[in-house]
Design a protein around this ligand. Structure first.
Ligand SMILES: NC(=O)c1ccc[n+]([C@@H]2O[C@H](COP(=O)([O-])OP(=O)(O)OC[C@H]3O[C@@H](n4cnc5c(N)ncnc54)[C@H](OP(=O)(O)O)[C@@H]3O)[C@@H](O)[C@H]2O)c1
Length: 246
């Protein structure tokens, strides 16, 4: 059996997660692809990579979270990298307080916060055995600015950022914990809100330093960097083409 590192990427049947799986695989890692629903796309991606398996499971379900991590151990006997990428949102204008009801808050926190927490707690006993383990949480620029698809979504990502910092204090020196805050990235995420996508894309293309929206590969490259950045922990790396400075 190969002794290359093993990376588990949640929500990797599509978009940013799929690009992360491809990038880490190209770097020589064995990868575990996951999604809750789109099993065919996940299996296809795993089959297209040199050493990869697919495991279906909803990160918001505690039993499924344990099952996803166990599947990685069953397949490869070790875990070196966990990328908490699976995410959910609702597109609700920030001023529409009524629409952001308790169900929306619970649904988004279940995936974006508790999901990441559950995967992390299930993975930590295995990550502790690795030589240089790393957790990367996929957050959002909306965690720190008055923007984003909805207030519950933005607040859930702010919680994820602080979880990142607190875990970094508790899991060092063996496990580094960082997050990435992407800006607007071209993925199927916006399929249900094309008007949001078009308006944001046009504004970003016209007004930001790098004059384009992000690609899933831009985020994947940053994830790879954080898996190698041996003296970086507790950080939130912004990947938004410079949007945050204008
Ligand atoms: N696109 C952007 O502009 C942007 C910007 C900032 C941050 N982000 C973050 O980037 C991450 C990925 O988003 P994306 O744009 O790549 O979206 P995407 O293309 O819609 O992909 C989302 C992935 O997550 C999976 N997923 C959703 N809920 C899940 C659950 N409960 N358990 C396991 N897997 C689940 C989806 O598969 P199934 O639905 O089939 O399960 C899919 O594979 C999210 O955390 C998002 O908040 C995106």
């Amino acid at each position: 059996m190969s002794d290359s590192r093993v990376a588990l990427i949640t929500g990797s049947s599509s978009g940013i997660g799929a690009a992360i799986a491809r990038r880490l695989s190209a770097d020589g890692m064995r990868v575990v692809v996951n999604s809750a629903r789109s099993a065919e796309a996940g299996k296809e991606l795993a089959a297209s990579l040199p050493e990869a398996v697919y495991v279906q499971g909803d990160v918001s379900d505690p039993d499924a979270a344990r099952h996803i991590v166990q599947a990685a151990i069953d397949a490869y006997g070790r875990l070196d990298v966990l990328v908490n990428n699976a995410g959910a949102t609702r597109f609700i204008p920030l001023q529409d307080l009524e629409a952001a009801d308790a169900t929306v808050w619970r649904d988004l926190f279940d995936v974006n916060v508790f999901g990441a927490w559950q995967l992390t707690t299930a993975a930590v006993p295995h990550l502790r055995k690795a030589e240089a383990a790393s957790i990367v949480n996929i957050s959002s620029v909306s965690a720190a600015r008055a923007m984003g698809s909805s207030i519950p979504y933005a607040v859930s990502k702010a919680a994820l950022n602080h979880m990142t910092r607190l875990l970094a204090t508790q899991l060092g020196p063996n496990i580094r914990v960082n997050a990435i805050a992407p800006g607007l990235v071209d993925t199927p995420w916006y399929d249900e809100a094309p008007e949001v996508w078009e308006g944001s894309r046009d504004w970003i293309t016209a007004n930001t330093p790098l004059r384009r929206v992000g690609t899933p590969e831009d985020v994947a490259e940053a994830v790879l960097y954080l898996t190698r950045a041996a003296y970086t922990t507790g950080d939130v790396l912004t990947v938004d083409g410079g949007r945050h400075v204008v």
